[in-house]
Design a binder for this molecule. Sequence first.
Ligand code: FAD
Ligand code: SIN
Length: 541
Amino acid sequence: MRRDFDFLVIGSGIAGLSFALEAAKAGTVCVVTKDRLPEGSSQYAQGGVATVWSPDDSFASHAADTERAGAGLCHREIVDLVIREGPERVREMIARGTRFSLRPDAEDAYDVDLGLEGGHSKRRILHALDATGREMMRALVEAVTAHPKIRVLERHIAVDLIASSKFDLPGPERCWGAYLLDVDSERLTVCAARSTLLATGGAGKVYLYTSNPDVASGDGVAMAFRAGVPIANMEFIQFHPTCLYHPKAKSFLVSETVRGEGGTLVRPDGSRFMPEYDERAELAPRDVVARAIDQEMKLHGFDNVFLDVTHCDPVFLEKRFPTILARCRAFGIDPLEEPIPVVPAAHYTCGGVGTDESGRTPLPGLYAAGEVAMTGLHGANRLASNSLLEGLVFGRRAAEDAASRLAEVAPVPKGIPDWNPGRARTSDEAVLITQKWDEIRRLMWNYVGIVRSDRRLGRARGRMDVILEEIERDYWDFLPTADLIELRNLATVADVIIASASHRRESRGLHFNVDCPEPSDRWQRDTVLVRDPSTHRPVPA
Ligand code: FAD
Ligand code: SIN
Protein backbone atom coordinates (compact mmCIF):
# COMPACT_ATOMS: atom_id res chain seq x y z
CA MET A 1 0.00 0.00 0.00
CA ARG A 2 1.23 3.49 -0.82
CA ARG A 3 0.09 6.96 0.33
CA ASP A 4 1.20 10.15 -1.49
CA PHE A 5 1.61 13.66 -0.03
CA ASP A 6 3.54 16.82 -0.83
CA PHE A 7 5.11 16.87 2.66
CA LEU A 8 5.79 14.06 5.10
CA VAL A 9 6.46 15.07 8.71
CA ILE A 10 7.95 12.36 10.94
CA GLY A 11 7.22 13.35 14.54
CA SER A 12 4.50 15.42 16.18
CA GLY A 13 6.35 17.59 18.71
CA ILE A 14 6.78 21.35 18.55
CA ALA A 15 9.07 21.19 15.50
CA GLY A 16 6.93 18.78 13.48
CA LEU A 17 3.63 20.55 14.13
CA SER A 18 5.13 24.01 13.48
CA PHE A 19 6.38 22.71 10.13
CA ALA A 20 3.02 21.08 9.31
CA LEU A 21 0.99 24.26 9.87
CA GLU A 22 3.29 26.32 7.64
CA ALA A 23 3.70 23.68 4.90
CA ALA A 24 -0.07 23.15 4.70
CA LYS A 25 -0.30 26.65 3.18
CA ALA A 26 1.42 25.17 0.09
CA GLY A 27 0.35 21.53 -0.18
CA THR A 28 -0.87 18.33 1.43
CA VAL A 29 0.81 17.20 4.64
CA CYS A 30 1.01 13.87 6.45
CA VAL A 31 2.15 13.90 10.09
CA VAL A 32 3.30 10.47 11.24
CA THR A 33 3.77 9.82 14.93
CA LYS A 34 4.63 6.59 16.65
CA ASP A 35 2.46 7.12 19.73
CA ARG A 36 -0.54 9.43 20.22
CA LEU A 37 -0.38 12.98 18.85
CA PRO A 38 0.99 15.04 21.76
CA GLU A 39 3.38 12.36 23.10
CA GLY A 40 7.01 13.50 22.98
CA SER A 41 9.38 15.71 24.97
CA SER A 42 7.60 18.92 23.91
CA GLN A 43 4.57 18.25 26.04
CA TYR A 44 6.68 17.66 29.17
CA ALA A 45 8.63 20.93 28.91
CA GLN A 46 8.32 22.69 32.22
CA GLY A 47 10.58 25.76 32.45
CA GLY A 48 9.46 27.49 29.28
CA VAL A 49 10.62 29.15 26.09
CA ALA A 50 13.48 31.65 26.14
CA THR A 51 13.16 34.77 24.03
CA VAL A 52 13.95 38.46 24.25
CA TRP A 53 10.73 40.04 25.51
CA SER A 54 11.37 42.70 28.12
CA PRO A 55 12.68 46.18 27.23
CA ASP A 56 15.71 45.75 29.49
CA ASP A 57 16.81 42.62 27.60
CA SER A 58 18.57 42.53 24.21
CA PHE A 59 19.38 40.14 21.35
CA ALA A 60 23.07 40.66 22.15
CA SER A 61 22.58 39.52 25.74
CA HIS A 62 20.59 36.39 24.80
CA ALA A 63 23.21 35.59 22.12
CA ALA A 64 26.07 36.08 24.57
CA ASP A 65 24.44 33.73 27.12
CA THR A 66 23.78 31.11 24.40
CA GLU A 67 27.38 31.29 23.16
CA ARG A 68 28.84 31.22 26.67
CA ALA A 69 26.95 27.97 27.38
CA GLY A 70 27.93 26.60 23.93
CA ALA A 71 31.64 26.76 24.88
CA GLY A 72 33.03 27.92 21.55
CA LEU A 73 31.05 25.67 19.21
CA CYS A 74 27.89 27.71 18.54
CA HIS A 75 27.49 28.85 14.93
CA ARG A 76 27.23 32.59 15.41
CA GLU A 77 24.98 33.29 12.39
CA ILE A 78 22.54 30.58 13.51
CA VAL A 79 22.47 31.91 17.09
CA ASP A 80 21.73 35.34 15.70
CA LEU A 81 18.90 34.31 13.43
CA VAL A 82 17.19 32.11 16.05
CA ILE A 83 17.33 34.81 18.69
CA ARG A 84 16.14 37.55 16.33
CA GLU A 85 13.24 35.48 14.94
CA GLY A 86 12.30 34.15 18.40
CA PRO A 87 9.94 36.89 19.57
CA GLU A 88 7.91 36.74 16.34
CA ARG A 89 7.53 32.93 16.54
CA VAL A 90 6.45 33.19 20.19
CA ARG A 91 3.95 35.94 19.35
CA GLU A 92 2.50 33.59 16.71
CA MET A 93 2.04 30.94 19.40
CA ILE A 94 0.10 33.44 21.51
CA ALA A 95 -1.99 34.35 18.45
CA ARG A 96 -2.69 30.60 18.01
CA GLY A 97 -4.11 30.55 21.52
CA THR A 98 -1.19 29.63 23.80
CA ARG A 99 -1.82 31.08 27.24
CA PHE A 100 1.46 31.92 28.94
CA SER A 101 1.45 32.98 32.62
CA LEU A 102 0.78 36.72 32.85
CA ARG A 103 2.08 39.49 35.10
CA PRO A 104 -0.30 40.37 37.96
CA ASP A 105 -1.44 43.61 36.28
CA ALA A 106 -1.34 42.26 32.70
CA GLU A 107 -3.37 44.09 30.07
CA ASP A 108 -3.37 41.34 27.45
CA ALA A 109 -2.02 37.87 26.60
CA TYR A 110 1.31 39.38 25.53
CA ASP A 111 2.00 40.94 28.95
CA VAL A 112 3.71 37.84 30.30
CA ASP A 113 5.57 36.88 33.44
CA LEU A 114 9.25 36.14 32.74
CA GLY A 115 11.16 33.38 34.54
CA LEU A 116 14.89 32.94 35.14
CA GLU A 117 17.03 29.85 34.54
CA GLY A 118 20.69 28.86 34.86
CA GLY A 119 23.05 30.55 32.40
CA HIS A 120 20.61 33.39 31.56
CA SER A 121 21.65 36.86 32.63
CA LYS A 122 18.10 38.22 32.29
CA ARG A 123 14.56 37.08 32.99
CA ARG A 124 13.43 35.93 29.54
CA ILE A 125 11.60 32.60 30.02
CA LEU A 126 7.94 32.71 28.97
CA HIS A 127 6.13 29.92 30.74
CA ALA A 128 2.70 28.50 31.49
CA LEU A 129 3.27 27.94 35.21
CA ASP A 130 5.44 24.78 35.32
CA ALA A 131 3.74 22.99 32.40
CA THR A 132 4.71 25.16 29.43
CA GLY A 133 5.06 22.34 26.90
CA ARG A 134 1.59 21.01 27.63
CA GLU A 135 0.04 24.40 26.93
CA MET A 136 2.03 25.07 23.75
CA MET A 137 1.27 21.59 22.43
CA ARG A 138 -2.43 22.03 23.22
CA ALA A 139 -2.56 25.05 20.94
CA LEU A 140 -0.58 23.32 18.16
CA VAL A 141 -2.54 20.07 18.32
CA GLU A 142 -5.84 21.96 18.12
CA ALA A 143 -4.65 23.85 15.03
CA VAL A 144 -3.27 20.75 13.30
CA THR A 145 -6.26 18.50 13.92
CA ALA A 146 -8.64 21.19 12.62
CA HIS A 147 -6.61 21.73 9.43
CA PRO A 148 -8.20 20.28 6.28
CA LYS A 149 -4.88 19.72 4.50
CA ILE A 150 -3.12 17.90 7.32
CA ARG A 151 -3.60 14.15 7.80
CA VAL A 152 -2.31 12.65 11.04
CA LEU A 153 -1.29 8.98 11.28
CA GLU A 154 -0.97 8.06 14.96
CA ARG A 155 0.76 4.87 16.11
CA HIS A 156 2.76 4.66 12.87
CA ILE A 157 6.51 4.42 13.20
CA ALA A 158 8.84 5.47 10.40
CA VAL A 159 11.25 2.62 9.74
CA ASP A 160 13.60 3.94 7.06
CA LEU A 161 13.89 6.79 4.59
CA ILE A 162 13.39 6.18 0.89
CA ALA A 163 16.43 7.55 -0.98
CA SER A 164 16.54 7.23 -4.79
CA SER A 165 20.00 5.68 -4.94
CA LYS A 166 19.05 2.87 -2.59
CA PHE A 167 16.16 1.75 -4.81
CA ASP A 168 17.53 2.73 -8.25
CA LEU A 169 14.78 5.31 -8.68
CA PRO A 170 15.10 7.61 -11.71
CA GLY A 171 16.48 11.16 -11.44
CA PRO A 172 19.05 12.72 -9.14
CA GLU A 173 19.52 11.60 -5.54
CA ARG A 174 16.54 12.64 -3.36
CA CYS A 175 14.53 11.53 -0.35
CA TRP A 176 11.03 10.48 -1.42
CA GLY A 177 9.42 9.72 1.93
CA ALA A 178 9.67 6.75 4.28
CA TYR A 179 8.54 3.22 5.04
CA LEU A 180 6.05 3.15 7.91
CA LEU A 181 5.01 0.39 10.28
CA ASP A 182 1.46 0.49 11.61
CA VAL A 183 2.20 -0.33 15.24
CA ASP A 184 -1.15 -2.06 15.86
CA SER A 185 -1.59 -4.11 12.67
CA GLU A 186 2.20 -4.52 12.15
CA ARG A 187 1.70 -3.80 8.43
CA LEU A 188 4.46 -2.00 6.50
CA THR A 189 3.52 0.66 3.97
CA VAL A 190 5.12 3.33 1.79
CA CYS A 191 4.47 7.00 2.58
CA ALA A 192 5.69 8.86 -0.50
CA ALA A 193 6.37 12.60 -0.33
CA ARG A 194 8.18 15.28 -2.29
CA SER A 195 9.76 16.67 0.89
CA THR A 196 10.30 14.90 4.20
CA LEU A 197 10.95 16.42 7.62
CA LEU A 198 12.64 14.50 10.41
CA ALA A 199 11.20 15.89 13.67
CA THR A 200 11.68 12.80 15.81
CA GLY A 201 13.13 14.52 18.89
CA GLY A 202 16.03 13.37 21.03
CA ALA A 203 17.69 10.16 22.15
CA GLY A 204 17.50 10.25 25.97
CA LYS A 205 16.37 6.62 26.10
CA VAL A 206 19.90 5.58 25.13
CA TYR A 207 20.68 6.18 28.83
CA LEU A 208 19.46 4.22 31.82
CA TYR A 209 18.27 7.36 33.63
CA THR A 210 16.58 10.04 31.57
CA SER A 211 14.02 12.80 31.80
CA ASN A 212 12.77 11.86 28.32
CA PRO A 213 9.58 9.98 27.42
CA ASP A 214 9.80 6.48 25.89
CA VAL A 215 9.49 7.76 22.30
CA ALA A 216 12.93 9.45 22.53
CA SER A 217 14.93 6.57 21.02
CA GLY A 218 16.90 8.58 18.46
CA ASP A 219 15.05 7.15 15.43
CA GLY A 220 15.63 10.20 13.22
CA VAL A 221 19.38 10.22 13.77
CA ALA A 222 19.54 6.48 13.07
CA MET A 223 17.43 6.72 9.89
CA ALA A 224 19.46 9.64 8.56
CA PHE A 225 22.71 7.85 9.41
CA ARG A 226 21.59 4.75 7.48
CA ALA A 227 20.73 7.01 4.52
CA GLY A 228 24.31 8.35 4.51
CA VAL A 229 23.52 11.78 5.99
CA PRO A 230 26.28 13.27 8.23
CA ILE A 231 25.59 13.30 11.99
CA ALA A 232 27.26 15.97 14.12
CA ASN A 233 28.26 16.59 17.76
CA MET A 234 26.61 13.55 19.30
CA GLU A 235 29.10 13.49 22.19
CA PHE A 236 27.29 16.50 23.67
CA ILE A 237 24.54 14.91 25.75
CA GLN A 238 23.04 17.24 28.31
CA PHE A 239 22.32 15.80 31.75
CA HIS A 240 19.65 17.69 33.67
CA PRO A 241 20.82 18.14 37.26
CA THR A 242 17.50 17.61 39.00
CA CYS A 243 15.26 14.66 38.18
CA LEU A 244 13.11 13.38 41.01
CA TYR A 245 14.78 10.44 42.77
CA HIS A 246 12.13 7.93 43.77
CA PRO A 247 11.90 4.24 42.82
CA LYS A 248 8.43 4.74 41.33
CA ALA A 249 9.01 8.11 39.60
CA LYS A 250 9.87 7.29 36.01
CA SER A 251 11.66 10.25 34.45
CA PHE A 252 10.09 13.21 36.28
CA LEU A 253 11.94 16.49 36.04
CA VAL A 254 12.11 19.16 38.73
CA SER A 255 12.48 22.28 36.64
CA GLU A 256 15.53 24.49 36.68
CA THR A 257 13.18 27.41 37.32
CA VAL A 258 12.81 26.06 40.87
CA ARG A 259 16.48 27.00 41.36
CA GLY A 260 15.77 30.24 39.47
CA GLU A 261 13.22 31.07 42.18
CA GLY A 262 15.59 30.38 45.10
CA GLY A 263 15.82 26.56 45.46
CA THR A 264 19.22 25.40 46.78
CA LEU A 265 21.07 22.11 46.33
CA VAL A 266 22.08 20.42 49.58
CA ARG A 267 23.79 17.27 50.84
CA PRO A 268 21.83 14.83 53.02
CA ASP A 269 23.10 16.75 56.09
CA GLY A 270 21.51 19.95 54.72
CA SER A 271 24.78 21.71 53.78
CA ARG A 272 24.84 23.65 50.50
CA PHE A 273 27.59 22.64 48.05
CA MET A 274 27.19 24.58 44.79
CA PRO A 275 29.03 27.73 46.05
CA GLU A 276 32.11 25.46 46.45
CA TYR A 277 32.00 24.64 42.71
CA ASP A 278 31.01 27.84 40.94
CA GLU A 279 30.45 31.49 41.87
CA ARG A 280 27.05 31.36 40.16
CA ALA A 281 26.17 28.52 42.58
CA GLU A 282 22.77 26.93 41.75
CA LEU A 283 22.41 29.17 38.70
CA ALA A 284 25.57 27.95 36.96
CA PRO A 285 24.89 26.27 33.58
CA ARG A 286 23.59 22.73 33.84
CA ASP A 287 26.81 20.92 32.86
CA VAL A 288 28.55 22.56 35.84
CA VAL A 289 25.69 21.74 38.22
CA ALA A 290 25.28 18.15 36.94
CA ARG A 291 29.03 17.45 37.27
CA ALA A 292 29.08 18.92 40.77
CA ILE A 293 26.20 16.66 41.83
CA ASP A 294 27.88 13.66 40.17
CA GLN A 295 31.08 14.44 42.08
CA GLU A 296 29.26 14.84 45.41
CA MET A 297 27.47 11.51 44.88
CA LYS A 298 30.66 9.66 43.91
CA LEU A 299 32.86 11.30 46.57
CA HIS A 300 30.51 10.68 49.49
CA GLY A 301 28.65 7.63 48.18
CA PHE A 302 25.27 9.42 48.20
CA ASP A 303 22.43 7.86 46.21
CA ASN A 304 21.14 11.37 45.51
CA VAL A 305 21.33 14.97 46.68
CA PHE A 306 18.41 17.26 47.63
CA LEU A 307 16.76 20.34 46.21
CA ASP A 308 15.59 22.48 49.11
CA VAL A 309 12.77 25.01 48.81
CA THR A 310 11.60 24.89 52.41
CA HIS A 311 12.92 28.45 52.95
CA CYS A 312 10.88 29.86 50.00
CA ASP A 313 7.47 31.51 50.27
CA PRO A 314 4.95 28.61 50.36
CA VAL A 315 2.12 30.66 48.84
CA PHE A 316 4.33 31.56 45.87
CA LEU A 317 5.50 27.94 45.44
CA GLU A 318 1.93 26.60 45.41
CA LYS A 319 0.96 29.10 42.75
CA ARG A 320 4.06 28.87 40.56
CA PHE A 321 4.86 25.12 40.63
CA PRO A 322 1.54 23.24 40.93
CA THR A 323 2.60 20.34 38.69
CA ILE A 324 5.89 19.73 40.48
CA LEU A 325 4.36 19.95 43.95
CA ALA A 326 1.51 17.60 43.01
CA ARG A 327 3.88 15.04 41.53
CA CYS A 328 6.23 15.10 44.53
CA ARG A 329 3.28 14.79 46.92
CA ALA A 330 1.98 11.81 44.93
CA PHE A 331 5.21 10.08 45.95
CA GLY A 332 4.87 11.13 49.60
CA ILE A 333 7.31 14.05 49.47
CA ASP A 334 6.02 17.49 50.44
CA PRO A 335 8.55 20.04 49.12
CA LEU A 336 7.19 22.72 51.48
CA GLU A 337 8.18 20.54 54.44
CA GLU A 338 11.26 18.59 53.28
CA PRO A 339 13.97 18.77 50.58
CA ILE A 340 13.25 16.95 47.30
CA PRO A 341 15.59 14.00 46.52
CA VAL A 342 17.12 14.55 43.06
CA VAL A 343 19.70 13.01 40.69
CA PRO A 344 21.02 14.04 37.26
CA ALA A 345 19.60 12.25 34.19
CA ALA A 346 20.13 12.37 30.42
CA HIS A 347 17.96 15.20 29.19
CA TYR A 348 18.85 16.68 25.82
CA THR A 349 20.74 15.59 22.69
CA CYS A 350 22.69 18.65 21.48
CA GLY A 351 24.03 16.87 18.40
CA GLY A 352 22.04 15.37 15.56
CA VAL A 353 21.41 15.49 11.84
CA GLY A 354 23.48 18.32 10.39
CA THR A 355 21.35 21.04 8.78
CA ASP A 356 21.78 24.47 7.22
CA GLU A 357 19.94 27.71 8.11
CA SER A 358 16.77 26.39 6.40
CA GLY A 359 16.78 23.02 8.12
CA ARG A 360 18.04 21.32 4.94
CA THR A 361 20.23 18.23 5.17
CA PRO A 362 22.72 17.31 2.43
CA LEU A 363 20.20 14.72 1.11
CA PRO A 364 17.90 16.72 -1.21
CA GLY A 365 14.27 16.57 -0.11
CA LEU A 366 15.20 15.75 3.50
CA TYR A 367 14.90 18.35 6.27
CA ALA A 368 15.44 18.05 10.02
CA ALA A 369 14.18 20.34 12.81
CA GLY A 370 13.94 20.31 16.59
CA GLU A 371 16.01 18.13 18.88
CA VAL A 372 16.89 15.65 16.10
CA ALA A 373 18.83 18.36 14.25
CA MET A 374 22.25 19.89 14.79
CA THR A 375 21.71 23.42 13.55
CA GLY A 376 24.69 25.02 15.33
CA LEU A 377 22.55 26.86 17.91
CA HIS A 378 23.63 24.92 20.99
CA GLY A 379 27.30 24.21 20.34
CA ALA A 380 28.81 22.09 23.10
CA ASN A 381 26.01 22.80 25.60
CA ARG A 382 22.42 24.02 25.26
CA LEU A 383 21.27 27.02 27.22
CA ALA A 384 18.10 26.22 29.19
CA SER A 385 14.81 26.83 27.35
CA ASN A 386 16.46 27.44 23.98
CA SER A 387 15.12 24.23 22.45
CA LEU A 388 11.41 24.99 22.27
CA LEU A 389 12.55 28.20 20.60
CA GLU A 390 14.75 26.30 18.14
CA GLY A 391 11.84 23.97 17.28
CA LEU A 392 9.54 26.91 16.54
CA VAL A 393 12.11 28.76 14.43
CA PHE A 394 13.40 25.82 12.39
CA GLY A 395 10.03 24.09 12.03
CA ARG A 396 8.84 27.23 10.30
CA ARG A 397 12.07 27.90 8.32
CA ALA A 398 12.21 24.34 6.96
CA ALA A 399 8.56 24.50 5.88
CA GLU A 400 9.07 27.83 4.12
CA ASP A 401 12.06 26.44 2.23
CA ALA A 402 10.31 23.18 1.28
CA ALA A 403 7.20 25.08 0.15
CA SER A 404 9.22 27.51 -1.95
CA ARG A 405 10.83 24.60 -3.83
CA LEU A 406 7.69 22.51 -4.32
CA ALA A 407 7.07 23.66 -7.90
CA GLU A 408 10.53 22.58 -9.02
CA VAL A 409 10.28 19.06 -7.50
CA ALA A 410 9.23 16.27 -9.88
CA PRO A 411 6.31 14.02 -8.95
CA VAL A 412 7.30 11.07 -6.72
CA PRO A 413 8.59 8.22 -8.97
CA LYS A 414 6.30 5.23 -9.44
CA GLY A 415 8.88 2.50 -8.82
CA ILE A 416 9.22 2.66 -5.01
CA PRO A 417 9.17 -1.02 -4.03
CA ASP A 418 7.07 -2.43 -1.20
CA TRP A 419 8.98 -3.38 1.94
CA ASN A 420 10.87 -6.60 1.28
CA PRO A 421 10.49 -8.95 4.27
CA GLY A 422 13.12 -11.35 2.85
CA ARG A 423 13.39 -14.51 4.95
CA ALA A 424 12.10 -12.80 8.10
CA ARG A 425 9.65 -14.58 10.42
CA THR A 426 7.71 -13.49 13.51
CA SER A 427 9.82 -13.41 16.65
CA ASP A 428 8.45 -15.18 19.71
CA GLU A 429 11.26 -14.14 22.04
CA ALA A 430 10.74 -10.66 23.44
CA VAL A 431 13.60 -11.28 25.85
CA LEU A 432 16.09 -10.95 22.96
CA ILE A 433 15.02 -7.31 22.71
CA THR A 434 14.65 -6.39 26.39
CA GLN A 435 18.04 -7.88 27.32
CA LYS A 436 19.90 -5.82 24.72
CA TRP A 437 17.84 -2.70 25.38
CA ASP A 438 18.83 -2.85 29.09
CA GLU A 439 22.43 -3.66 28.27
CA ILE A 440 22.85 -0.65 25.97
CA ARG A 441 21.22 1.80 28.38
CA ARG A 442 23.29 0.62 31.33
CA LEU A 443 26.60 0.63 29.47
CA MET A 444 25.91 4.12 28.13
CA TRP A 445 25.14 5.34 31.65
CA ASN A 446 28.22 3.74 33.22
CA TYR A 447 30.79 4.25 30.44
CA VAL A 448 29.59 7.23 28.37
CA GLY A 449 27.85 9.34 31.04
CA ILE A 450 28.55 12.66 32.73
CA VAL A 451 32.26 11.89 33.22
CA ARG A 452 34.09 9.77 30.61
CA SER A 453 37.54 8.21 30.31
CA ASP A 454 39.46 6.55 27.46
CA ARG A 455 39.22 3.21 29.20
CA ARG A 456 35.45 3.41 29.69
CA LEU A 457 34.91 4.54 26.09
CA GLY A 458 37.04 1.62 24.85
CA ARG A 459 34.99 -0.79 26.97
CA ALA A 460 31.77 0.67 25.56
CA ARG A 461 33.02 0.27 21.98
CA GLY A 462 33.96 -3.35 22.60
CA ARG A 463 30.53 -4.21 23.99
CA MET A 464 28.76 -2.42 21.13
CA ASP A 465 30.71 -4.51 18.55
CA VAL A 466 28.98 -7.62 19.88
CA ILE A 467 25.57 -6.05 20.49
CA LEU A 468 25.37 -4.48 17.02
CA GLU A 469 26.23 -7.73 15.30
CA GLU A 470 23.48 -9.57 17.21
CA ILE A 471 20.92 -6.86 16.51
CA GLU A 472 21.67 -6.81 12.77
CA ARG A 473 21.11 -10.57 12.68
CA ASP A 474 17.83 -10.39 14.63
CA TYR A 475 16.66 -7.45 12.53
CA TRP A 476 16.77 -9.35 9.25
CA ASP A 477 15.67 -12.69 10.76
CA PHE A 478 12.50 -11.32 12.34
CA LEU A 479 9.62 -9.25 10.96
CA PRO A 480 9.95 -5.67 12.24
CA THR A 481 8.00 -4.65 15.30
CA ALA A 482 8.10 -1.23 16.98
CA ASP A 483 10.36 -2.67 19.72
CA LEU A 484 12.82 -4.19 17.27
CA ILE A 485 12.96 -0.98 15.21
CA GLU A 486 13.60 1.13 18.30
CA LEU A 487 16.25 -1.26 19.59
CA ARG A 488 18.13 -1.13 16.30
CA ASN A 489 17.95 2.67 16.31
CA LEU A 490 19.02 2.91 19.94
CA ALA A 491 22.07 0.75 19.20
CA THR A 492 23.01 2.85 16.16
CA VAL A 493 22.72 6.08 18.14
CA ALA A 494 24.73 4.65 21.05
CA ASP A 495 27.44 3.67 18.57
CA VAL A 496 27.51 7.18 17.09
CA ILE A 497 27.69 8.80 20.56
CA ILE A 498 30.59 6.52 21.58
CA ALA A 499 32.44 7.20 18.30
CA SER A 500 31.91 10.97 18.65
CA ALA A 501 33.07 10.99 22.29
CA SER A 502 36.13 8.88 21.43
CA HIS A 503 36.99 11.14 18.50
CA ARG A 504 37.10 14.39 20.52
CA ARG A 505 40.46 14.51 22.32
CA GLU A 506 39.61 17.28 24.77
CA SER A 507 36.95 18.26 27.29
CA ARG A 508 34.48 20.96 26.28
CA GLY A 509 30.94 21.87 27.31
CA LEU A 510 29.02 18.68 28.02
CA HIS A 511 31.84 16.33 26.99
CA PHE A 512 34.22 15.68 29.90
CA ASN A 513 36.99 13.08 29.57
CA VAL A 514 39.32 12.69 32.58
CA ASP A 515 42.16 11.65 30.24
CA CYS A 516 42.05 14.96 28.34
CA PRO A 517 40.36 17.29 30.86
CA GLU A 518 41.13 20.66 29.21
CA PRO A 519 39.66 22.31 26.10
CA SER A 520 42.02 22.60 23.15
CA ASP A 521 41.94 25.11 20.27
CA ARG A 522 42.64 22.23 17.86
CA TRP A 523 39.24 20.78 18.70
CA GLN A 524 37.23 23.97 18.39
CA ARG A 525 35.17 22.40 15.61
CA ASP A 526 32.15 20.17 15.16
CA THR A 527 32.49 16.40 15.21
CA VAL A 528 30.95 15.15 11.96
CA LEU A 529 30.57 11.42 11.37
CA VAL A 530 29.11 9.37 8.50
CA ARG A 531 28.32 5.72 8.00
CA ASP A 532 31.14 3.69 6.52
CA PRO A 533 29.46 1.86 3.60
CA SER A 534 31.34 -1.38 4.22
CA THR A 535 31.37 -1.67 8.03
CA HIS A 536 28.15 0.34 8.58
CA ARG A 537 29.88 1.96 11.59
CA PRO A 538 30.47 5.72 12.13
CA VAL A 539 33.69 7.24 10.77
CA PRO A 540 34.83 10.90 10.50
CA ALA A 541 33.25 12.59 7.46
P1 FAD B 1 9.53 15.89 20.52
O1 FAD B 1 8.62 16.85 21.14
O2 FAD B 1 10.27 14.95 21.40
O3 FAD B 1 8.68 15.06 19.48
C1 FAD B 1 9.24 13.97 18.78
C2 FAD B 1 8.13 13.28 18.04
O4 FAD B 1 8.66 12.32 17.13
C3 FAD B 1 7.18 12.52 18.94
O5 FAD B 1 5.89 12.78 18.46
C4 FAD B 1 7.54 11.06 18.72
O6 FAD B 1 6.50 10.16 18.96
C5 FAD B 1 7.90 11.11 17.24
N1 FAD B 1 8.76 10.04 16.73
C6 FAD B 1 10.00 9.70 17.13
N2 FAD B 1 10.48 8.70 16.35
C7 FAD B 1 9.52 8.42 15.44
C8 FAD B 1 9.42 7.49 14.38
N3 FAD B 1 10.39 6.62 14.08
N4 FAD B 1 8.27 7.46 13.64
C9 FAD B 1 7.25 8.30 13.94
N5 FAD B 1 7.29 9.21 14.94
C10 FAD B 1 8.42 9.26 15.67
N6 FAD B 1 13.12 22.70 26.38
C11 FAD B 1 12.87 24.00 26.53
O7 FAD B 1 13.20 24.81 25.66
N7 FAD B 1 12.23 24.43 27.65
C12 FAD B 1 11.83 23.60 28.64
O8 FAD B 1 11.25 24.02 29.62
C13 FAD B 1 12.11 22.21 28.49
N8 FAD B 1 11.75 21.34 29.45
C14 FAD B 1 11.90 20.01 29.22
C15 FAD B 1 11.41 19.09 30.15
C16 FAD B 1 11.48 17.74 29.90
C17 FAD B 1 10.95 16.75 30.90
C18 FAD B 1 12.09 17.28 28.70
C19 FAD B 1 12.18 15.82 28.40
C20 FAD B 1 12.60 18.18 27.79
C21 FAD B 1 12.51 19.54 28.03
N9 FAD B 1 12.98 20.48 27.12
C22 FAD B 1 12.74 21.80 27.31
C23 FAD B 1 13.52 20.05 25.84
C24 FAD B 1 12.41 20.18 24.78
O9 FAD B 1 11.19 19.81 25.37
C25 FAD B 1 12.68 19.30 23.58
O10 FAD B 1 13.98 19.46 23.11
C26 FAD B 1 11.73 19.68 22.44
O11 FAD B 1 10.41 19.69 22.91
C27 FAD B 1 11.88 18.69 21.31
O12 FAD B 1 10.85 18.94 20.38
P2 FAD B 1 10.80 18.09 19.07
O13 FAD B 1 9.63 18.55 18.29
O14 FAD B 1 12.12 18.10 18.41
O15 FAD B 1 10.61 16.58 19.57
C1 SIN C 1 13.65 22.83 33.02
O1 SIN C 1 12.53 23.28 33.21
O2 SIN C 1 14.53 22.73 33.89
C2 SIN C 1 13.99 22.35 31.64
C3 SIN C 1 14.36 23.48 30.80
C4 SIN C 1 15.05 23.00 29.57
O3 SIN C 1 15.37 21.82 29.44
O4 SIN C 1 15.32 23.85 28.72
